[in-house]
Design a protein. Sequence first.
Lengths: 335, 335
Amino acid sequence: MSDRLANSPFAKRFGLTTPIALAPMALASGGELAAACAKAGALGLIGGGYGDPGWTQREYGIAAQALSTQPEAAAQLGCGFITWRMKEDRSALDYVLDRERPPAAIMLSFGDPSELARDIVARGVPLICQIQTMAQLPQAVDAGASVIVGQGVEAGGHGMKSAQGRSTFTFVPEIADWLAAHAPHVDLLAAGGVADGRGLAAAMTLGADGALIGSRLWATQESLAADAAIAEAVQAGGDDTARSGVFDILREKNWPAEYDFRALRNALHRKWENRLDELRADPEAAIADYKAGVAAQDYSRAHVTVGEGTGLISENASATQVIEAITYQAGNFFR
Amino acid sequence: MSDRLANSPFAKRFGLTTPIALAPMALASGGELAAACAKAGALGLIGGGYGDPGWTQREYGIAAQALSTQPEAAAQLGCGFITWRMKEDRSALDYVLDRERPPAAIMLSFGDPSELARDIVARGVPLICQIQTMAQLPQAVDAGASVIVGQGVEAGGHGMKSAQGRSTFTFVPEIADWLAAHAPHVDLLAAGGVADGRGLAAAMTLGADGALIGSRLWATQESLAADAAIAEAVQAGGDDTARSGVFDILREKNWPAEYDFRALRNALHRKWENRLDELRADPEAAIADYKAGVAAQDYSRAHVTVGEGTGLISENASATQVIEAITYQAGNFFR
């Protein structure tokens, strides 16, 4: 284990052995994956996502149970939520905050965190705020964030549209410079494109204290992603993903206009990617096509939620193996 | 000087003391800037761009004159061209190839390089091919490229549209893995977002042998960019750029549909960025507005060609200072 990794301010803040956080991917980062990441020395963030309290309660329970005999790992368990959705219904957030053992951290992304942050910070729970532009940074720090996650447009799933978003490579050092000048006590994680030890080491070289990892941990045995979807991602290269609103329309998700969604650019995506207005105006047949694809695990129609880093994923491994391999490879750069 | 930098295969191939190449930016990378980069130990690529033979001849002459008493630095002078434009008129390329002292390298970008590459390679001139997707990589290697430049969408100026393009952070390691398996003798440079020593070190951590640097060397005293334009870039943050076809329409450039252009998102860009069809259909008034802006050095209308890395540029320094600072800072990561 490289000292540089274990001594990162982010790792020390949460008692981790490696400066990695599991991205709280809605419907993929369940209790089993979060627990596996915590056991491997990372921060395990359950993907509370759209805020179904039953889902969050069940998955949080699975993780707590899996870690019941390992109090150190249990202290590395947290949860992430979609900010704009929590403003509509925060019962899942309240469930997590009201547990006897408080979460290691709550992560918020996609919206102004200020109001929700007050409750989180008042309870002494560390707040992690994911941002997509420099313009969002002062607000997140003012809200009381202990950790900023800078998410580049290469990330899978939701993020800022390419036209307004940032790339990890320039976003991380620009955030790092701002934090060094204005909020040096706040840690920084890179998100978007970190899928191996080179990525973790590069992110830290650019000024991050660690990385929030999505796609690479999505494609693991403990993930709630279907094996057949993971197999598609393993085959795919980084050229094979695209950002658009296609899958949000097909999934009938009401996302704010500035965000869209990166996934594999499958046949259904290609069919609609240049006809979004038409799809929005009359989505019924396409939604039926998509739902049939999901039911049949036909990934020419169903979405496979990975980012550009999918080109660096060559197997469906265990989360433990993934975190160990990333940590080992990154550590070699800092010897 | 860190051994890791001077011993990079790319640096050794060209006898450089630092693994940096000046991006051959059309109308910015003139003879003075290319000569300054070569003197500082980097590869100085003149921006032959659209292939005006008079411009290339003049700027190449300026560089050769500036390096006339320094044969080692003179051997680090090359030129870059826009592939699709050379297919229309290759006289500027032929001028460079026919010089008594052959160029250190010719770089081609934006189009299938195969045909032009034959002449370049047959003369023993090292070929550098810039690519924007993994799909372009086998073709570039087959064409005889000694060096691949992987350009991410965060780069300033022309590049692949965001919808099809790649980000530096994932593109570099994916190219590196492919080259290691299929063409280990070919070197790799990262382009797009490398603006300081953190970026150079991160690019090398991701698997590159060095970096092709545009914006940071555009904003130098030796650049042909106007001081007033550089002042705008120094003030700007990385959120302040955008990719689109706006400036190509205003400049009446006939670029292939897959490419567009990143620059500061100024008032004229904002006016048209969501109305490209309208602008294409009736561009006259907007072109007049743009040309008046250029004539007046009014950068609310004229384009300022920088990438997302502009947020990491805080002064208009000399190219020598820039290369020394990047090399020093990157070297510290490899001690």
